[in-house]
Design a protein around this ligand. Structure first.
Ligand code: GAP
Length: 459
């Protein structure tokens, strides 16, 4: 694992085109980030790995792509309008705004403010004379609940009748389409609907680079089941999450479960998987037993029948839902921390190398002509041939050592040098990113050799 700090990682991502500051030329917009060319490829490769593990390799598992904007009654039914909020308070002296649970956590890291009610947090702050971290005063307003949903207006008039919301979670898109999927896929319980998509939250204390932002991407997976099967499925999906993280290269020693004491308004049981980031343990996944809470409410608010007919038992019932949700941006960050290394070499030099799983690497092969003058044509021919099969780059500037280092730093697992032997006998030298060892290969063996090694495989 890397010894890179969060600041190092921000610099690395900017230098190599993984992530840029959002709206940079205008001085940015706090806590927004744009994925650059390599970041976009890495993100897409993580999504493909998720699809492979959650959709392609599972029975009765279907992907959906629902709209971000939904009928606002969805958010009444889901409970988000009433309950999806952060407890905020202001310092009356310097006007700084805080989340009450964070304020308590910073004051005493032994106290789990997540498990406290609003009244308990307020009493704790008053009884312990918790001070404002900025000005030192102990003079706060009462705690108010601040809804995290982004509201926007539809149409030309801006009255409350036209208020709609940017979705704060993907899940509701899957729930309101559950009957459509059931009907069109001719499936039966238990079955799952997964979705990758953006979510938006008006987080008052964003931070830690892309770990907590206002706009982010989720990979959510909802399994619809019969009540009574929910407890086993809940345990199963907790473990399935660990398996997925191992599949994409995270080491088990840096993963742990964190059971929730204080539950979200929809959950009967909830457990996060946390990853050990440089700033400490941070949630990258959540498994929730949402019971029949969401579908029951959608029945009530929509007036539609959402019960399932179980042909085996002749019963009708509202299914339970086990949710397994992944933060794509957080997983992206965890994978970079897991893979980025500063390595001492024999000659006293060092190299930055991103030892990322080849299946996730933004570029799979780097084609390097030894001499621009004599080998460029042959190298270009190989580049044009291999890029039909996987992402390939072509680099003819600087010494061969520098070109290898550039590929290492962005995690390109293979590089080939093209020289006289290639021009005369169609033989290339292929270098491995991690071992730096070289082998020779015939040009017509190249595609098969690399394709075999960049496959994602469930062990
Ligand atoms: N549908 C349930 C749900 O949204 P959540 O635990 O609130 O559950 C799911 O969010 C995942 O989304 C989290 O595990 C985390 O990885 C990611 N996530 C949540 N808030 C985020 C934020 N502000 N910035 C980046 N990722 C976030």
């Amino acid at each position: 694992m890397s010894k890179f700090t969060m600041d190092d990682m921000v610099g690395y991502c900017n230098q190599y085109g993984f992530i840029f500051q959002g709206s940079e030329i205008y001085g940015g917009l706090a806590n927004t980030w744009d994925y650059g060319p390599l970041g976009t490829r890495l993100k897409n490769n993580i999504k493909d790995a998720w699809r492979y593990f959650f959709i392609q390799n599972r029975d009765n598992s279907f992907e959906l792509d629902s709209d971000i904007l939904m009928n606002p009654t969805v958010w009444k039914a889901s409970g988000h309008l009433a309950s999806f909020s952060d407890p905020l308070l202001d310092c009356k002296e310097c006007k700084s705004r805080y989340r009450a649970d964070n304020l308590i956590g910073e004051f005493n890291s032994e106290v789990d403010a997540d498990a406290m009610t609003t009244d308990e947090m307020m009493s704790y702050i008053r009884n312990n004379n918790v001070c404002c971290p900025k000005c030192g005063a102990s003079n706060f307003t009462d705690i108010r609940q601040f809804n995290l949903m982004f509201a926007t207006q539809r149409g030309v008039t801006s009255d409350s009748a036209n208020t709609i919301y940017l979705r704060p979670e993907n899940a509701q898109g899957e729930y309101v389409n559950y009957m459509n999927v059931l009907r069109t896929m001719r499936t039966k319980l238990p079955f799952s609907i997964g979705q990758i998509g953006k979510a938006f939250r008006n987080e008052i204390t964003p931070g830690n680079f892309t770990f907590r932002t206002v706009e982010f991407e989720q990979m959510e997976f909802q399994t619809f089941c019969k009540a009574g099967d929910d407890d086993n499925l809940y345990e199963y999906f907790k473990e399935y999450g660990i398996k997925f993280f191992q599949l994409v290269g995270l080491d088990k020693s840096r993963l742990r479960f964190h059971d929730h004491e204080k539950l979200a308004h929809y959950a009967k049981q909830a457990c996060d998987i946390e990853y050990l980031f440089p700033f400490g343990w941070g949630e990258i996944n959540g498994t929730h037993n949402r019971t029949d809470f969401d579908l029951k409410n959608h029945c009530e608010y929509s007036g539609k029948k959402l019960d399932y007919f179980d042909a085996a038992t002749n019963e009708r019932y509202i299914p339970y839902i086990i949710e397994s949700t992944y933060g794509l941006d957080r997983l992206f960050l965890a994978i970079l921390f897991e893979s980025l290394e500063k390595e001492e070499l024999k000659d006293g030099e060092t190299r930055d190398v991103l030892k990322i799983l080849p299946a996730l690497a933004p570029i799979k092969l780097n084609v390097l002509p030894i001499s621009k003058k004599y080998h460029a044509e042959k190298a270009m021919e190989i580049y044009n041939m291999t890029r039909k099969y996987f992402m390939t780059s072509y680099d003819d500037t600087g010494s061969i050592g520098k070109r290898y280092r550039r590929g290492d730093a962005i995690g390109t697992p293979f590089a080939i040098s093209v020289d006289d032997q290639t021009v005369e006998n169609n033989i290339v030298t292929l270098r491995d990113r991690d071992t730096m060892q070289q082998i020779t290969l015939k040009v017509d063996e190249l595609v098969e050799y690399i394709s075999e090694r960049i496959k994602l495989e469930i062990k």
